[in-house]
Design a protein around this ligand. Structure first.
Ligand SMILES: NC(=O)c1ccc[n+]([C@@H]2O[C@H](COP(=O)([O-])OP(=O)(O)OC[C@H]3O[C@@H](n4cnc5c(N)ncnc54)[C@H](O)[C@@H]3O)[C@@H](O)[C@H]2O)c1
Length: 341
């Protein structure tokens, strides 16, 4: 039976909490024993909702050992793994602390704010022979897994062009408003757009260069709207955009369109559709399972059975940060092409 600790029960931590409760109810051999959050109001179910429907239930916190200080939790609990759903500026420091204490780490995306912080996490995992995985949930999202499989198997031939988008209302729920401070979150670029950067890295590998233009309207966030063109040697056209200023009645949206030699795969408004060049369009049968649930179960299973982290290895998550940092450099220089190879 794995003993698990969860740190941070803000917007994302609550989604993880729901999934631990579900895994326990399904008799998966783990037990969430401890929860830590600096803000004790969270233990009274005082939450601000986020931009997607997760963790909106009332939780029974009396079942867990509760902490407001991370060091106290580390000192008092005997954990097999810890799940870190803290603000990004704490990811590296807290991950390294737990890895050094011999505890496996599942940490929310983005991995960290700098390559040095990412490197420190990887080195701590290797030095202590512990598992580290970054929660890039789209690698566990059935509609994105479907596209990945079709790209890898060339089912519709080569990719000619591809467009990715995420966006919605400005996030206003975060602890001390950290999400809207560039030095703490990296703005929309590192916090939200990073999902598509990781998908592009996963689907196509590292581009040889990037060019990003961005708009900043909010006082401290740095980047509020971003648009990136990714350059690959085979000349396929890949674009990803993100906008967290869609403040009208605009539910959070993530979408993609992949144009292959022999057809398109389109994902929008949570619906997946394939339109082959020859034959009728169709809706592929894919799992409707929750990606966060699948991600956590994958990591727990890897810890339980000592399996390698293959779907989302930390080196790949660090490469995603390297690409995103090149995008930042480009955005800061009016879209200048920044080489990655
Ligand atoms: N995978 C996804 O789809 C997804 C979606 C949203 C957020 N995230 C990621 O999840 C992480 C958390 O984001 P969020 O939106 O939940 O933010 P949040 O501000 O809602 O939650 C952070 C929580 O950490 C707590 N906290 C802050 N400092 C602490 C400390 N020193 N010790 C203990 N607790 C502390 C806060 O009280 C808060 O409850 C970020 O890395 C974010 O990028 C991922």
């Amino acid at each position: 039976m794995l003993k698990v600790g969860l740190i941070g029960i803000g917007f994302m931590g609550r989604s993880h909490l729901e999934n631990y409760i579900r895994l326990e109810s399904e008799e998966f051999p783990l037990k969430l024993v401890a929860i830590c959050d600096i803000d004790p109001a969270k233990f009274e179910n005082k939450f601000i909702p986020g931009n997607i429907k997760v963790g909106e239930k009332k939780f029974d916190f009396s079942k867990y050992n509760l902490y407001t200080r991370i060091d106290e939790m580390l000192e008092k609990e005997k954990l097999d793994f810890v799940d870190i759903a803290l603000p990004t500026y704490l990811h590296s420091e807290v991950s390294v602390k737990f890895l050094n204490a011999g505890i496996h780490v599942l940490c929310e995306k983005p991995m960290a704010l700098t390559l040095e912080q990412c490197q420190a996490m990887i080195e701590a995992a290797e030095r202590n022979n512990k598992k580290l995985m970054i929660g890039h949930c789209l690698r566990f999202w059935p509609a994105y897994e479907y596209a990945k499989e079709k790209i890898d198997t060339k089912r519709f031939g080569e990719v000619i062009e591809s467009y990715f988008f995420r966006g919605g209302n400005t996030p206003k729920w975060s602890y001390q408003n950290w999400l809207l401070q560039k030095d703490k979150s990296g703005g929309v670029l590192l916090d939200q757009h990073i999902h598509d950067v990781d998908v592009i890295n996963w689907f196509f590998g590292t581009p040889h260069a990037v060019s990003t233009i961005s708009t900043n309207i909010l006082p401290a966030s740095g980047y509020d709207v971003v648009s990136t063109r990714y350059f690959f040697n085979d000349k396929k056209i890949i674009i990803a955009e993100d906008d967290w200023l869609l403040n009208g009645d605009f539910p959070f949206e993530m979408r993609y369109r992949i144009n292959f030699e022999e057809g398109n795969i389109i994902y929008e408004r949570r619906e997946l559709k394939v339109t082959p060049n020859v034959g009728k369009p169709f809706v592929p049968e894919i799992s409707n399972e929750n990606a966060y649930y699948r991600e956590i179960k994958y990591f727990a299973n890897a810890v339980l059975n000592d399996l390698p982290i293959e779907v989302c290895p930390p080196n790949s998550s660090m490469e995603t940060i390297r690409i995103a940092l090149a995008e930042m450099k480009s955005a800061d220089n009016n879209g200048k092409i920044v080489n990655l190879k």
